[in-house]
Write a protein that binds this ligand. Sequence first.
Ligand SMILES: [Zn+2]
Length: 443
Amino acid sequence: MHRRDFIKKSIIASTGLGAACCGGKEEEKIKVVILGFDGANWATIDPLIKKGELPFLKKLKEESAWANFETFKPAKSNVVWTSIASGKTMLKHGILDYVYLKKNGIKVPYTRADRKEPMIWQILDSFGKRSTVINWWCSHPPDKIKGVMVSDHFRRVIRKRVKRDNSSESFATSVFPAEFFEKLIRVEMRKYPKVLQETGLPNFPGLYNPESPWAYAYKLNLLKGFPIFARMDAFVEKISDYLYTNVNVDFFATYFRLPDVVQHFVLSLFKKEYIEGVLSAIKTNTLTREKHKEVIDRISGFLKPVYRYMENIIEKYITENRDSNTYFFIMSDHGFSLYDKGYNHYGLPDPYQAPDGILLIKGPRVKKGRIKKASVFDIAPTILNLYDLPVGKNMDGRVLSDVFRFHRKKRYKVYKLKKDGRMKRDESYDKETLDGLESLGYI
Ligand SMILES: [Zn+2]
């Protein structure tokens, strides 16, 4: 079968089944939008919803299907986001950690070159669907798909600008197709004061408690680096807006990192004695439920502006959406846990589980209410089924059928990663990735 015939057939099949099961309206094309927010969790969002601080998110949760989003250890962001996009465990998709050691002892970061399985946008591409994917972990060099792919390297152009280096050639390969690089490099890169003003984020480094440089001081690189992280997310927001408005696609996914970054340094904003008291109570198993709730509520208080910014982004996409057949998947890759050495999402000792993230699904035919069980592996199969495409036969998740007010027959297919000649490592990208991970204390 010729490729074009195949594409035509699959489109007919998808609209055909829709019409048979649900009436004429289903013939409209389905659009899926993923908004990813690293590290966001209900434990710190819900107290703010309760206080009326996040009114749009409150309404959204009431009108959506939502879940405590199950993830898995080691709960490292690059590993989990690759599972979300592939529907597969790390042993299958090949991204096992932040870095690995080569035989000669040289550290190499896991990147796109190490991916062994196709991502959802590559599968959709094989069915003729167009995607825009922005800033996803392990996405450099970008996949050559119909639509636009902005790799997780592109945002680093901000760091270069901070160093007053205006060259941008090394970033030209981070956008596919290349013509979009010229457009995106002209999108506004807001300076830090303007970011704070327009996003409502505080200058977190100014909130650091200087009289108590406690054991977590090594994490202060994250705190010191906050202006850059904030500017990077603000830039990702602008390029996402630009591509969402100007490029018509079936699948759109973008990713923001701030909720994770801020939670990594949040304990350094507390008084030293307070946190030391809490951690020693955890060690001796004497932390009461009330005290635990008090700490989480205080953390939640520091996160308020971060979640407000997240809420504004979500609100913009949902209220300005013009396609009535759009399904929004809003999610994070993990939450955080308070344990005897601090507040983290990885490196947690047993019996701590990987802390749950958030999942919200909103769309025209979504049943609202809590989804009893949903994991990071379920997103890729669920989205394929939503498009009425075969689910990956060796995917590790399940279709979240209970969420939708229609039933699509499940079909299965083995999807394999096609070698497209872009698997070569980009050494300057690897080096910058290592520097970045080191400065964050991740490796
Ligand atoms: Zn993460």
